[in-house]
Design a protein around this ligand. Structure first.
Ligand SMILES: Nc1nc2c(ncn2[C@@H]2O[C@H](COP(=O)(O)OP(=O)(O)OP(=O)(O)O)[C@@H](O)[C@H]2O)c(=O)[nH]1
Ligand SMILES: [Mg+2]
Length: 201
């Protein structure tokens, strides 16, 4: 009876947990996106004022529940000297959200270089990639098609991974739900996939 009840309890309440990295250059809007996500997906979360967010030196964490999935976010600092720390988190992550500042055309190639380096890591093979074209509220910013064109030569490196370029305004929340729901769908589907050949011991 106990086994039956504990099985039922687990079925009803236990969540599958996924670690999601939030990466991108400094000033892209990663922490703003994380705060907006926590505000939208956690009923009782009293978010900090978005205007008070300052540059991230270590990391920010956050957890949300979406259906039977629990997403644990690690938002890492994007400054150049902090980018060398990103790969310490790759092996544990189930998905990556890569944030781009669509108003910063000058640093778009720098952002692409950081993205290419990140996706070249073997530890991220098969991991879904959500690319956010952030700050779409700013007039004359780069559009989603502009960013897709600039990143088009990454296609081979992305390979068969799930990848979505999503329009987003972290400040207002536009595109946040769509992005998170897409990520949940991908990571949940991945746990039901048979392991990759090299994972079989
Ligand atoms: N206009 C506009 N500004 C935004 C948006 N998202 C973030 N910002 C602003 O961009 C600046 C940087 O935002 P952060 O969230 O601190 O950026 P970050 O990527 O976490 O930066 P690091 O922690 O330094 O890596 C802040 O002034 C934000 O208010 C957006 O959607 N639209
Ligand atoms: Mg930050």
């Amino acid at each position: 009876m106990y086994t039956l009840l504990s099985g039922l309890y687990k079925y009803m309440f236990q969540k599958d947990e996924f670690c999601i990295l939030i990466l991108g250059l400094d000033n892209a809007g990663k922490t703003t996106f994380l705060e907006q996500t926590k505000t939208k997906f956690s009923k009782h979360y009293k978010g900090m004022s978005l205007s008070k967010i300052t540059t991230t030196v270590g990391l920010n964490i956050g957890t949300i529940d979406v259906g039977k999935a629990r997403l644990m976010f690690w938002d890492l600092g994007g400054q150049q000297e902090l980018q060398s720390l990103w790969d310490k988190y790759y092996a544990e992550s189930h998905g990556v959200i890569y944030v781009i500042d669509s108003t910063d055309e000058e640093r778009l190639s720098e952002s692409k270089e950081a993205f290419e380096k990140m996706i070249s890591s073997e530890a991220l093979e098969g991991v879904p990639l959500l690319v956010l074209a952030n700050k779409q509220d700013v007039e004359n910013c780069l559009s989603v098609p502009d960013i897709k064109t600039s990143f088009s030569d990454c296609a081979a490196k992305i390979g068969k991974r799930d990848c979505l370029v999503q329009s987003c305004t972290a400040l207002t929340g536009q595109g946040v739900n769509e992005g998170i729901e897409w990520m949940v769908k991908c990571v949940v589907r991945n746990i039901h996939r048979p392991p990759r050949q090299k994972d079989i011991t």
